[in-house]
Design a protein around this ligand. Structure first.
Ligand SMILES: Cc1cc2nc3c(=O)[nH]c(=O)nc-3n(C[C@H](O)[C@H](O)[C@H](O)COP(=O)(O)O)c2cc1C
Length: 188
């Protein structure tokens, strides 16, 4: 059993983010070998990074950091769900990443992104750089949702395509495989 945390990277009212975050969580739940949890940064309501000591030291003082460290520390892998902002990633997601260090180390991460034509691809490319610094293993497989606003129904619900379902399955298969392997490596 591996633990995967899906991190929802938008906190604004009316956000689209929660739709793909819920979608990928539900798909991951189909695998009985995966224990998946959706971590909603809106619920955690983290302030801008305000720990007195750098995350690298692992000496967290504030309750919100200790809570975040507990949630992320028990994970074996992550899915970051991000919009694209000015050709880069969600700032609330980057803020959450800055809070911790050891809790991210030597764990795989994949991505679900959305936006206009590029489907959030540029946001993910920037997140891959952060992942490297945090000693995370960023996987090639990802899900992109380009021009998502053209595929909302009258109630504002996104109509996920078969192709996107397939991309999600492939991504989750890779993520689960590497979450298991790296869990073994971390424990040895
Ligand atoms: C300040 C700002 C910059 C944005 N820049 C981009 C961009 O560079 N590329 C893109 O595809 N979408 C861009 N967008 C559109 C967002 O991806 C879109 O609004 C998305 O719905 C935001 O995610 P959310 O609804 O989950 O909060 C931008 C939106 C804002 C507010």
């Amino acid at each position: 059993m591996v633990k995967i945390k899906v991190i929802s990277g938008s906190v604004r009212p009316g956000r689209f983010n929660i739709q793909p975050a819920t979608w990928i969580t539900e798909i991951a739940k189909r695998n009985p070998d995966v224990d998946v949890e959706l971590v909603d940064l809106k619920e955690l309501d983290l302030p801008f990074y305000n720990e007195p000591k750098p995350a690298m030291m692992g000496d967290y003082e504030l309750d919100h950091t200790k809570n975040l460290a507990k949630i992320m520390g028990e994970a074996d892998g992550f899915i970051f769900v991000t919009a694209e902002y000015n050709h880069s990633y969600s700032p609330v997601l980057a803020n959450a990443l800055n809070y911790l260090n050891a809790e991210w180390n030597y764990k795989p991460v994949s991505f679900v992104s959305y936006g206009s034509q590029a489907g959030g691809a540029r946001a993910v490319e920037h997140l891959r750089g952060i992942a490297g610094e945090l000693r995370m293993f960023d996987l090639r497989e990802q899900v992109l949702l380009p021009n998502y606003y053209f595929r909302l129904d009258d109630e504002g619900n996104y109509q996920f395509s078969e192709e996107e379902e397939k991309a999600a399955d492939t991504m989750l298969s890779e993520l689960t495989t590497w979450a298991e392997k790296l869990k073994t490596a971390r424990n040895s």
